[in-house]
Design a binder for this molecule. Structure first.
Ligand SMILES: Nc1ncnc2c1ncn2[C@@H]1O[C@H](COP(=O)(O)OP(=O)(O)OP(=O)(O)O)[C@@H](O)[C@H]1O
Ligand SMILES: N[C@@H](CCO)C(=O)O
Length: 319
């Protein structure tokens, strides 16, 4: 049941931002949308065609194992409708398996495309819940969907979330070494238990971070970005982590964290400060430890995933 509005097929273009999850102490419950966008242009069809431009063009599958298609099919199944196919053109800018929310962007994009073609049977809250349940944690999908800096937690099939009204005195430098690190791998090195002192440390720092982001208090922010739940256990997966961290601090970053599950390192920089110098220092430090890296200076965005519709004349016999 494709969306035929007034006898016309309505194509859809979906834009989904990159996201950085955790922000240091907010493991699995804090994330921020960044101004780097993937596009999915979808046309209802009776077969499957996938065109990929940009990141992942050589590696992402072009069949029904593609995450976007898997998510579209999941929505059709939930709606009790048969999925016949789709023509997709993806323009990818978010690096894959890099800690900048590529899977969340694919997931949210697929769910929104399917919901559109199904004539919107699912509410935004339902789509967010489906996305969080599929990803397993909300800290990428919530900011990808909603935009901004988001606190989110899934409990009893309900996603509790809040957008933080963060001050506009920050920008972010994301430096991505050229080796992928699947989230699954980076979660696999984490233990099942944490010491009480470490739990208290993270509760305190995540709370300070929330206050620092909303008040723009940079000295507090500088002290807030520490973590004891995941970064230390993951460092060995990212050769050069300590050197890159130190280089970012020397170059003037307020703080630097592992972006999502890594391997991207995310430096938080005061807006107007020389972000380019921080980026270069981090790239150089990665290079000195044998990894080529790409730096992106990414302001936060308060805009989340959004959908543009475009009507076309219905071809004769189209479903
Ligand atoms: N544009 C895309 N189109 C289709 N599938 C994608 C796309 N981007 C990512 N994926 C899928 O998501 C997987 C990577 O997800 P993973 O969670 O490991 O990394 P990430 O989302 O980039 O990092 P993080 O969750 O730490 O931010 C890829 O192997 C691929 O299966
Ligand atoms: N909170 C998640 C984000 C990556 O998907 C993690 O660090 O494993």
């Amino acid at each position: 049941m494709a969306c035929h509005c007034g006898g016309k097929i309505v194509n859809v273009s979906i834009y989904v931002p990159a996201t950085s999850a955790n922000l240091g102490p907010g493991f699995d419950c804090m994330g921020i949308a960044l101004d780097l966008w993937n596009e999915i242009h979808a046309t209802p069809a009776d077969d499957l065609q996938i065109e990929i431009d940009g990141v992942g063009a050589d590696t992402l599958p072009r069949d029904d194992t593609n995450l976007v298609i898997r998510c579209m099919k999941m929505m059709y199944e939930r709606a009790g409708e048969p999925f016949h196919g789709v023509h997709l053109r993806m323009v990818n800018r978010i690096p894959v398996a890099a800690g900048l929310g590529s899977s969340a962007a694919a997931l949210v994009g697929g769910l929104l495309a399917a919901n559109h073609f199904l004539d919107s049977p699912f509410t935004s809250a339902q789509i967010l819940r489906i996305a969080v349940e599929d990803e397993g944690h909300p800290d990428n999908v919530a900011p990808a969907f909603l935009g901004g800096a988001v606190l989110a937690y899934l409990e009893d099939h309900v996603v509790t979330h809040v957008n933080l009204p963060i001050r506009d005195n920050l920008t972010f430098v994301a430096v991505t070494p050229k080796f992928p690190l699947l989230t699954e791998t980076a979660r696999g090195v984490l233990g099942d238990h944490v010491a009480r002192a470490d739990a208290i440390f993270n509760v305190a720092h995540a709370s300070f971070l929330t206050a620092a982001l909303t008040t723009g208090n940079l000295p507090l922010l500088r002290r807030s970005l520490a973590d004891r739940l995941h970064q230390d256990a993951r460092k060995h997966l990212i050769p050069g982590f300590d050197a890159v961290y130190a280089a970012s601090q020397r170059a003037g970053a307020i703080g630097t964290v592992l972006s999502g599950a890594g391997p991207t390192l995310l430096a938080v920089v005061e807006a107007g400060a020389p972000a380019q110098a921080v980026a270069q220092a981090m790239v150089n430090a990665f290079e000195q430890t044998g990894s080529t890296a790409v730096a992106r200076i990414l302001p936060p965005t308060t805009m989340g995933a959004h959908v543009h519709m475009k009507a076309q004349r219905t071809p004769h016999g189209a479903r």
